[in-house]
Ligand binder design. Structure first.
Ligand SMILES: NC(=O)c1ccc[n+]([C@@H]2O[C@H](COP(=O)([O-])OP(=O)(O)OC[C@H]3O[C@@H](n4cnc5c(N)ncnc54)[C@H](O)[C@@H]3O)[C@@H](O)[C@H]2O)c1
Length: 440
């Protein structure tokens, strides 16, 4: 059995953004705790992993292998630009029916968002005023650190995980001079460099400095920079990101291996979506969509590699990928959170003869994201107790654009089933069992 520190005491889950994903996540956990809902889609609650081999093999749930925090020990808190509490947010977002929210109304009403660390230039479509007044980015960090300390004190919480489920910020390209080292990042925060320091970086800095793992659920570059890796090493805290792998990208990273494994060719993959929630509204702004586009495009990169198979993947007309890969999101209010995604895949077979595959996924964005929030939070807390810090590659399974050390040309793993092997092996290892490569 595992020698990881036990999950004693309460676990604080502080979420940045109290919108559709967060309110659905929180409501689901509280309803599950009351025995009124099932946490469908959550690996930590359902999946079983084989440990041992041959006659000794057995299939165990995660909490039978490693000590995971119990759902009853979770205490929620949040920050948001808008003042609505978790109950009001769940009602406003219209993801869940009132009958699935009202039994936990009292608990949800008590989750009132703290003032956000926000900069209007990073999400122009948002107009809420539940926002901190900050003299600089460094002041922003200090105020967030105080929020985390107060939350711990007021709730008698031993451990905290901070999860970003707030809107996608505008694209901040990695700038070596500012993001390359921790010293440079801190200097830029102190100099109030608003162009290179996104508010999300202040949340991440504050979390890590207060001894809390940080997870980036949006495609923001926040912790995907060497300076944050350095901070995570220094504070010995896990970081994970980026961008929840929920709908279209989940399908893509599960489906692309079919093409790759059977050595079929690819000329192009066109993905488009319609989405009508606040996430869709924010992403309607080109600068915010750019962040999402970069993340979504990365999915195929390490699965179908033109350099490895020029005959199969080197024939398209895109300079970067050879095969033409395009991703679009269109804001369409009538659909609210019920996103519709279409994929048109132009493949070719024997002697180059073309074929097409069409996928139409009528999904529910927050219903798919909520179990990921739970798993990422519980597994990051586990990793911290296990003494794992820095980039948590085993969490790539849950993420569209998995973090990796690009300064050393590390190639990220995008293939869903390879990611699943990494997840299982990390759990096995943390549980004191040997890792293996068997398929089950
Ligand atoms: N649902 C999915 O399938 C999915 C998948 C991948 C990524 N995501 C990402 O998750 C995030 C949340 O999605 P959602 O549908 O809940 O969006 P949402 O718009 O309903 O909620 C986001 C909330 O974040 C708040 N916010 C924005 N900036 C903030 C800041 N600096 N501090 C505190 N709060 C802030 C907004 O006011 C809003 O209430 C988005 O970035 C989205 O791109 C969602």
């Amino acid at each position: 059995m595992s020698n990881v520190k036990k999950a004693d005491g309460k676990l604080g889950v502080l979420v940045v953004g109290l919108g559709a994903v967060t309110s659905t996540f929180m409501t689901g956990v509280l309803m599950t705790r009351k025995g009124l809902a099932k946490p469908v889609g959550s690996m930590t609650q359902y999946d079983k992993i084989r440990v041992g081999e041959g006659e000794n093999k057995k299939y165990l749930k995660y909490n039978e292998i490693v000590p995971l925090a119990d759902l009853n020990d979770i205490v929620f808190g949040a920050w948001d630009v808008y003042p609505a509490n978790a109950y009001e947010s769940a009602i406003n977002c219209e993801v869940l029916k009132e009958k699935d929210i009202n039994p936990v109304k009292d608990e949800l009403e008590k989750i009132v968002p703290m003032k956000a660390a926000f900069d209007h230039n990073y999400a122009k479509r948002l107009t809420g005023d539940n926002v901190k007044k900050c003299t600089s980015r460094w002041d922003m960090v200090e105020q967030l650190r105080e929020d985390i300390r107060n939350f711990k004190k007021e709730n008698g919480v031993d451990r905290v995980v901070v999860l970003w489920a707030a809107s996608t910020e505008i694209y901040v390209p990695v700038d070596e001079k500012v993001h390359g080292t921790l010293a440079a990042l801190e200097a830029a925060m102190k100099a109030d460099d608003k162009e290179h320091i996104a508010p999300s970086m202040c949340y991440a800095y504050a979390a890590l400095a207060e001894g809390a793992p940080f997870i980036m659920g949006a495609p923001n570059t926040t912790v995907d920079i060497p300076a944050m890796w350095e901070l995570a090493e220094k504070t010995k805290m896990p970081i994970a990101g980026k961008d929840f792998k929920t709908g279209q990208t989940l399908v893509k990273s599960g489906f692309a291996p079919i093409i790759g494994t059977r050595c079929l060719g690819l000329n192009g993959w066109f993905s488009t979506n319609i989405l009508g929630n606040r996430d869709g509204l924010v992403l309607d702004e080109p600068a915010n969509f750019r962040t999402k586009e970069v993340s979504k495009l990365s999915t195929l990169e390490s699965i179908l590699v033109p350099e490895d198979q020029p005959d199969l993947y080197g024939h398209g007309n895109d300079e970067d990928t050879q095969y033409y890969h395009k991703v679009r999101i269109n804001y369409y209010p009538p659909r609210n959170d019920n996103k519709e995604g279409w994929d048109n895949i132009d493949i070719f077979g024997w002697m180059g003869y073309p074929m097409q595959i069409k996928i139409n996924f009528l999904c529910r964005d927050s219903i798919l994201a909520a179990p990921l929030c739970l798993d990422l939070v519980l597994l990051s807390d586990l990793a911290a107790r296990c003494g794992r810090y820095g980039i948590q590659r085993f969490l790539s399974f849950f993420l569209k654009s998995p973090m990796h050390d690009y300064t050393k040309d590390e190639v990220p793993v995008n293939h869903l089933f390879q990611q699943y092997v990494m997840l299982k092996n990390a759990i096995r290892e943390m549980g004191g069992y040997p890792a293996d490569e068997a398929i089950d």
